[in-house]
Structures are given as structure tokens and as C-alpha cells.
Ligand binder design. Structure first.
Ligand code: PHE
Ligand code: ZN
Length: 881
């Protein structure tokens, strides 16, 4: 690991390199424990650069084994090299030269899964963000774009497949059972998009004809025996290619597009040019092993990585501070794709839930940072929900402010102007301004200011004047390093719902800028007047979640019930139903904490039951309405002095009361949804399964008997239903014979399926209660657990720490202690994974004092070690600041 652990990188220090790289010729001679990498780099001095400046390349843990300039070995006095840098001095006066660099690396010993690594007999690479420097010395930064030619030499038996970016240009059999393949990528690219895969894999192939009639070969590579499970990913890829042509006019540019699924991968997937590499859980799917959620994720991520070909690859980031330029925009494109493929409001509700569960807490805690940060210690730690999901919301708001056509015009200009470039967020914004004439100067603050704005809403209705007055205020609470917050430019979509449930259209809106029903907030406080309103309406704010903000609106119960029952914007309707439930749950948790008995108002049950039974609504939406906020959601709504045990007791009581009240409905709904006999992963079928399973959880709770869930488990003919039934048994009937039987049946049935066993590990890790810690500790000894595999670690340890509030936050602190022990050993093995796991504790200051102190002690114990990775050091230091 690098030695300069506490270096901070600042945006203001950005400088282009002194040299430009034109071409790179890489030769990999692959050996399991010794791979040699030869790199021939054609360079020239940047016009205007200091002619005496040396060439300084990045490295990370490298050993130099050869160095030549224009073919001649370099004398030792001309260069310095250590593990992390290579410096070459006295370069030719004309500034043009070829540097040849040789390194030796050990892919089998690479447990960080960054750079070139070999697991399960497969060689693969991960270079984003700074992994290429673990392969060879280079300008490992996104603004250095070069044309790559890659030669791979390996044993033909164990590595029949040799892949890299671009098109294959040559293949040859060599002596000693070895062979070679050469790939050429005509598109200049930064090093983080380089990829290499070698090994023995199965493959499925298809074709796609682009809108201009070019024929593209599509391949998905997976482990042998799993080719049938790659079909859905291939189908999603073709739909994504078509959609990007139709929606954004973007066409694929190489003759071949390849996806490789690997089982050891730190993140979800990677958009390497022409050779995407995926975590196999985001490729492999069939009805017996994948849930509906898995199918939806696969579709979304396959599309996301494909969309990067334009937003990320053809146009890349000038530096890593601009990460959201590619990630935020690509997530937005992915979200729009999912909305077009599925139910738009249901997809949007899922996005809102995700944002609130992950991004809002990040933005309100010690790790808060702007969408475009200005400094970092370790860029790996900035692949965050703020850069991704909030970044996506910012692009969505641009689309809301400019309208779909304006957004498209701006994006068209962006592609035209910056194709082949490495650019900034300012460059991106300028395209929208120039294409539409809108001034986005104020709006740009969304990129630079951290924190979630809180919008306060007050209303007054004047019957005589037929006017509704809305007073809107905005504040953002301070975040680390940013005490004073400015008002943002916020598009807020507002609906007015009349007494009979109809939408009311104002004759005019005054008091500020607005675009149809979208109010543009720009100041601390503003008053808008809606004219021509004949009766007092119920006000629906932030329809479609037009802005990523929190709303404080002391609205009458009556108005909220009207919205819950009649709002035509289903996102806002769900939000109101959810808020009603959350309010009841928060109050119940307060009752438990104060030793009072929990009382539940009947209206909530009525709303949930009525929504669940409403055949006019799509099943997926009804399922969303029927799913009570989680214990974590309740804790976040309580904000501080959080007691996970009180929340658990309260939620169980509310759940049981609703289950009792709607017993007949829920029982009926468990069998009411007809699904075709052959499984289909489409969104409608998935919605029916979701409603069935949400009803099942309530039905058995009402019956106080696991029998119905037990039967459902026995009859399940797909993973969605099977897992849902098993989770209900394991979580609602923990310790029962039925629960244990289902769990051991599942374990036995899927013994050879690591990805399915991840679901089993997670189910067990999230069983509420103090006793789960012992079970999790014991499961680390299970044959299927493998601490070197990131998916396994996340399924067991990650799920326990981030999704089991009562088990992890045991009041004796044993959960924190166990976790800290794991973190300390895991950090040595895989720093990226470990630092991400650690963020599970980022909200510890919201806990009640006893737990908070115990949690802090363990974070401090970690921080006291002086040999932490830079990744983990950065996270714990910021958490303790
Ligand atoms: N760039 C990848 C994506 O979002 C994510 C990633 C980052 C993967 C860093 C690996 C390492 O599509
Ligand atoms: Zn991405």
C-alpha cells in the first residue's frame, strides 16, 4: 500500500501533464505468480511545457525491471524509481521520444482486486480509479488519453480466451503450449478504461445493427455451466443499445461489445471500453436463482455500463473531482431507461427510497461532501451515493428546468463539442446554457454545496379572492467544513387537489419564476400565489420528487388522507402514504421508549388496506404502499437518541395491529394475483409477486402462525417467492422449527450456488435480535463463507452491520467489537471493500448515548492502529472528526 497515507489532493492544484502520450503498446506475458508487463509509450512534450521538466509517472507497489529511451537502456543517473513513482530526467530536446518500461507483477497475490488479479483461474483487471499504476508506471489520470495496442501471451490450455479493449487484430499459436492475441482500440482513452481478461470461460453471442446500419457482435462471457443464465443480460444490453439511439441519438462505435462476469469484484461493474467487466451477481439470472429485484438490477446496470460508452468513455473526466460528470449523468440515463422499460412511478419511488436511505444520511453525517468535491485523500472513497445518485438528481433537475427538449439540445451540444475530450462539470453546464439560453449560474451550486435542503411550506387560502398563497422557505444544515449555506435554485413541482379529488388548475401563478406546475425557488423565502382556485385544495408538494429535498409541511390529516386516496401523481401519493405510516411508527417508538403502551390509529390501517385492495392501481404500487417503513427508516426519521430496540418493538406492534385489522384482505391477496404458469421477469409479473409477498408477511403476522408462509415456501417455483417466504419465516418466526427447516432446506438446495447462498447469509444476518451476532460469528466458519470474496463479505458482515439495527447495535457493544475486529483483518486484504463496509457506522452519532459511546470506542480502536490503509484511515478519521 502507498506510503504517503495522508496526502490530500486538491482541485485547485490541477495542472495538465508536461507530456502527451500518443500511443501505448502493452505486452503482457501472463504467469500465475509472475506476469511481465512491457509498455512502449510514444510521447511528446506538451507545447509550452518547461523543457527541463522531468517525466513523472505514477506507480503503486511496483518494481521496475527495465527502462529504455528510444530503444536504448537508460543509465541509472537519468532516472529514479521506487514503488510509487518513476522519474526520468534529461529528456530529448525536441521533446518526442519512446519510453519502454518493464515491470513484473504477481496477479495471484493481488487480494486488493485492483490492477491485474487472478482468482478462480481467471485473470482480470480493475483500473478505475487508480489501478493501472499497479500494473505499470504511467500517467494514471483521466485527462491523459492514448491509443492502446495490447498483446497478451498466455498458456493456451488454461487461458484459451485472451481479451482486451477494442478489436482483435491478430492471433497466433506460440511454442510451449502458449498463444497470443493482439487487440487494438482506435479510440483514445484514459488508463482507467484499460481492461484485460484471460482464462477459460463460456460465452453467448448475439448481434445488433445500429441505427446507421453497422453490425455489432455482442458477447457475454460467464463461468462454464452458466451460459443459460446470461440471456437476460444480453437481452437487456440490446434494449439499452436501442434505447440510447432512440432517446439520445447515441450509437455504438466498435465492431464488438463484450461483457465478462467475474465472481470476485469490489464494485458492481466497470465500463472499460468495449470490454465491460461485471460482478457476476449483476449478470447471472434465471428464475430458480434470481429474484425480481436481481433482474431489475441486472437490466439497470447492464444499461448503465453501456451508457458510459458515451457518458464517460467518449467524453471523460478531466480529473477525479469531476467524477459525477460521468456517474451522475449515467445514473440519470440509467434511471430514465428503467422508467421506460418498467413502470415509471414505481421505478421513481424505488429511487426516492434509495436516496433517502443512503444519500440523505451520507449528506447529513460526517462523510458529507458536495457532488463535486474540492479535495480528497483517497478517490476510491468518493464512489458515493452523493456523486452517483444525488448527481443524477441534479441532472434530472436540469431536465425539469429546461424541459425535455432543452435537455436534449444541451446534451446534443455536449456530445458534439466534447467528443474525445476530458472535461469538467462547468463544461457540461455551459452546453445547456448555450443550447437553451438559460442561466445556470445559481443552479450550479447544487454541485458545490453539500447537505440536503429542507423546504418549509405554509399555506393560506382566501375564499373571497379565490387565491391560494404558498410560502416556501429553504435551509440547509451545516456539513463538515461548510458552516454557511446559501439558498439553492430548486424546481418544486406542486399539485392542487380539489375536494372531489380532481386536479385544480390555477389561472395564474405569481410571486416567482415557474415553468407550468414547477415553482423555481431561489431565495431563503418566497411566496407564490395561485389564482383562480375555487375551493381550498389539498396541496401536494414535490410531485415526482422533482427535487432531492426534505419537506416540512404541517398539513392537516384530512388533506393528507385526500392525497393518499386521490393524488394522480403516484410518487407523491406513495410519499404521503409512507409519511402517514412513518409518523405512526415514530410515535409508537416514542411510546415504547416512555414505557407507554402503543396505540395505533385505525386510519393508517384503512389507508393501507384500501390501497392494497384498489384494483385500479398497479400491483407493484400497491405492494409499495403496503410495505411499512423499515426499522432503519424509522431511526432516520427519529434523527437522534435512537434506540433500535424500542423501534423494533414499536414496529412489530404496529405491523401486528395492521395485520389484525386487514386479516381477510391480506389472506385474500396472497392468492388473488394470477401469474402465467411459465415464469416471466417482466415488471408487471414482478409487481404481482411483490404484492402477494407483501400481503403474505401481513397475513401470517395476523394469523400468528407460520403455516401459510411455510406452504408458500414449499410451493415456490421461483427465487422471488422462495426467498420472500424464507425471510418471513426467518424474521417473523425466528427460532421456530418452520424457520430452521426452511433455512436448512435452502442451504442444502443451493449448496453449489454462491450467489444464492449470499441471500441465505443475508437473511440470517438480518434476523432481528441480540442473538444474531453469535450466529453471524458462527457463519464465518460455514464452508460457503469466503472472506476473500467481496460478495460473501457484504452478504454476511455488510448486511449485519448495515441492515440489522437490533443485532448490530446490541446494547453491550459486542456487535461493534466483532465488526471492528473484522474490519482490522479485512483492511489488510482488501482496502476498498473494507473502507466501504466501515461506512455502515457513519451515523453512530444518531444513537442513544450508551450505544453511541460503545460505537465510538470501537471506531477509535480502529483509528488507533497506525498501519491502516489510506482508504480506511480516511473514512475513520472523517467519522471521528
Ligand atoms: N465506474 C463504475 C460504474 O459506476 C464503478 C466502479 C468504480 C467500478 C470503481 C470499479 C471501480 O459504472
Ligand atoms: Zn458508472
Amino acid at each position: 500500500m502507498p506510503t504517503d497515507k495522508n496526502r490530500t489532493v486538491y482541485l485547485k492544484d490541477y495542472q495538465p501533464t508536461d507530456f502527451i502520450i500518443e500511443t501505448v503498446d502493452l505486452v503482457f506475458d501472463l504467469g500465475e505468480t509472475m506476469t511481465t508487463v512491457g509498455s512502449e509509450i510514444r510521447m511528446r512534450r506538451r507545447p509550452g511545457a518547461d523543457p527541463s521538466a522531468p517525466l513523472v509517472f505514477d506507480g503503486d507497489g511496483l518494481a521496475l525491471s527495465g527502462l529504455a529511451l528510444d530503444g536504448k537502456p537508460l543509465l541509472p543517473e537519468r532516472y529514479d524509481s521506487d514503488a510509487d513513482t518513476l522519474t526520468v530526467r534529461d529528456l530529448p530536446e525536441d521533446g518526442a521520444f519512446t519510453l519502454t518500461v518493464k515491470t513484473r507483477i504477481n496477479p495471484t497475490a493481488n487480494s486488493q482486486l485492483l490492477g491485474l488479479y487472478r482468482t478462480n483461474g481467471i485473470y482480470s483487471t480493475q483500473c478505475e480509479a487508480e489501478g493501472f499504476r499497479r500494473i505499470t508506471y504511467f500517467y494514471d489520470r483521466p485527462d491523459v488519453l492514448a491509443v492502446y495496442t495490447v498483446t497478451i501471451i498466455a498458456d493456451e490450455k488454461t487461458c484459451p480466451l485472451l481479451l482486451s479493449n477494442g478489436n482483435m487484430v491478430e492471433e497466433q499459436t506460440l511454442d510451449d503450449g502458449r498463444h497470443m492475441a493482439r487487440w487494438h482500440d482506435p479510440f483514445p482513452k484514459p488508463s482507467y478504461l484499460f481492461a484485460l481478461v484471460a482464462g477459460d470461460l463460456a460465452m453467448i453471442e448475439d448481434r445488433f445493427t445500429t441505427m446507421s446500419g453497422r453490425d455489432v457482435t455482442l458477447r457475454v462471457y460467464v463461468e462454464h455451466g452458466k451460459a443459460e443464465r446470461a440471456g437476460y443480460a444480453m437481452d437487456a444490453l440490446k434494449r439499452a443499445m436501442k434505447w440510447d439511439e432512440e432517446r439520445f441519438g447515441r450509437e455504438y462505435d466498435l465492431d464488438i461489445f463484450m461483457i465478462v462476469a467475474v465472481s470476485d469484484f469490489n464494485m458492481g461493474a466497470m465500463e472499460n471500453k468495449g470490454l465491460n467487466i461485471f460482478n457476476d451477481r449483476l449478470i447471472l439470472a434465471d428464475p430458480e436463482t434470481a429474484t425480481d429485484d436481481d433482474y431489475a438490477r441486472i437490466e439497470a446496470v447492464v444499461a448503465h455500463e453501456y451508457f458510459h460508452n458515451w457518458t464517460g468513455n467518449r467524453i471523460t473526466c478531466r480529473d477525479w473531482f469531476q467524477l459525477s460528470l460521468k456517474e451522475g449523468l449515467t445514473v440519470y440515463r440509467e434511471h430514465e431507461f428503467s422508467a421506460d422499460q418498467r413502470s415509471r412511478p414505481v421505478v421513481r419511488v424505488d429511487e426516492v427510497k434509495f436516496l433517502r436511505a443512503h444519500q440523505f444520511p451520507e449528506d447529513g453525517g460526517p462523510l458529507a461532501h458536495p457532488v463535486r468535491p474540492t479535495e480528497y485523500v483517497e478517490i476510491d472513497n468518493f464512489y458515493t451515493t452523493t456523486v452517483y445518485e444525488k448527481g443524477s438528481e441534479v441532472s434530472r433537475m436540469i431536465a425539469t428546468l429546461l424541459g425535455p427538449d432543452g435537455f436534449r439540445q444541451g446534451l446534443d451540444l455536449f456530445f458534439e463539442r466534447h467528443d474525445g475530450g476530458a472535461v469538467t462539470i462547468e463544461d457540461y453546464l455551459k452546453c445547456f446554457e448555450e443550447a437553451t439560453g438559460h442561466d445556470l449560474t445559481h443552479f450550479a451550486l447544487w454541485y458545490h454545496q453539500a447537505g440536503t435542503p429542507v423546504i418549509s411550506v405554509a399555506s393560506a387560502y382566501d375564499e373571497d379572492k379565490r387565491e391560494l398563497t404558498l410560502t416556501l422557505g429553504q435551509t440547509t444544515t451545516p456539513t463538515p467544513g461548510e458552516k454557511v449555506k446559501k439558498p439553492l435554485h430548486i424546481p418544486l413541482r406542486v399539485g392542487l387537489i380539489g375536494p372531489n379529488g380532481d386536479n385544480m388548475e390555477p389561472s395564474a401563478i405569481t410571486g416567482g419564476e415557474h415553468r407550468k406546475d414547477v415553482l423555481e425557488l431561489t431565495e431563503d423565502e418566497q411566496t407564490f400565489v395561485f389564482e383562480g382556485i375555487g375551493a381550498r385544495p389539498a396541496i401536494s408538494v414535490n410531485r415526482d420528487f422533482s427535487a432531492p429535498v426534505k419537506i416540512r409541511f404541517d398539513q392537516s390529516r384530512e388533506d393528507r388522507l385526500r392525497i393518499a386516496g386521490a393524488e394522480t401523481d403516484l410518487v407523491a401519493r406513495w410519499d404521503t402514504i409512507n409519511a402517514l405510516a412513518l409518523e405512526t411508527l415514530v410515535k409508537a417508538a416514542g411510546d415504547v421508549k416512555a414505557g407507554r403502551s402503543v396505540t395505533i390509529d385505525g386510519e393508517l390501517g384503512d389507508v393501507l388496506i384500501a390501497t392494497a385492495e384498489d384494483d385500479a392501481l398497479e400491483p407493484a404500487f400497491r405492494a409499495l404502499a403496503l410495505t411499512l417503513p423499515s426499522e432503519l427508516d424509522i431511526g432516520r426519521a427519529i434523527v437522534d437518541n435512537v434506540d433500535p430496540d424500542a423501534i423494533h418493538t414499536a414496529r412489530s406492534a404496529v405491523f401486528a395491529a395492521i395485520a389484525q385489522a386487514g386479516g381477510d384482505s391480506f389472506a385474500r391477496l396472497t392468492t388473488a394475483m394470477e401469474n402465467p404458469r411459465t415464469f416471466s421477469p417482466d415488471a408487471e409479473s414482478a409487481g404481482r409477486r411483490a404484492l402477494t409477498n407483501a400481503a403474505l408477511a401481513l397475513a401470517v403476522a395476523g394469523e400468528g402462525d407460520p403455516a401459510r408462509a411455510n406452504r408458500a415456501y414449499g410451493h415456490a417455483d421461483n427465487m422471488t417467492d422462495m426467498l420472500a417466504a424464507m425471510r418471513i419465516l426467518a424474521h417473523q418466526f425466528a427460532g421456530s422449527a418452520e424457520a430452521e427447516d426452511a433455512l436448512s432446506d435452502f442451504r442444502r438446495r443451493f449448496a453449489g450456488e454462491p450467489l444464492v447462498l449470499d441471500k441465505w447469509f443475508s437473511t440470517l444476518a438480518t434476523v432481528p435480535g441480540a442473538q444474531t451476532l453469535e450466529r453471524v460469528a458462527a457463519l464465518m466458519g460455514d464452508d460457503a463463507f469466503d472472506e476473500t470474496n467481496p460478495n460473501r463479505v457484504r452478504a454476511l458482515i455488510g448486511a449485519f452491520a448495515s441492515s440489522n439495527p437490533t443485532g448490530f447495535n446490541r446494547d453491550d457493544g459486542a456487535g461493534y467489537n466483532f465488526f471492528a475486529d473484522f474490519i482490522l483483518t479485512s483492511d489488510k486484504r482488501n482496502a476498498t471493500l473494507t473502507a466501504r463496509l466501515m461506512t455502515a457506522m457513519r451515523s453512530f452519532e444518531a444513537l442513544e448515548p450508551t450505544r453511541q459511546a460503545l460505537a465510538r470506542r470501537q471506531i477509535e480502536r480502529i483509528a488507533a492502529h497506525d498501519d491502516l490503509s489510506r482508504n480506511l484511515r480516511d473514512i475513520v478519521d472523517r467519522m471521528l472528526k
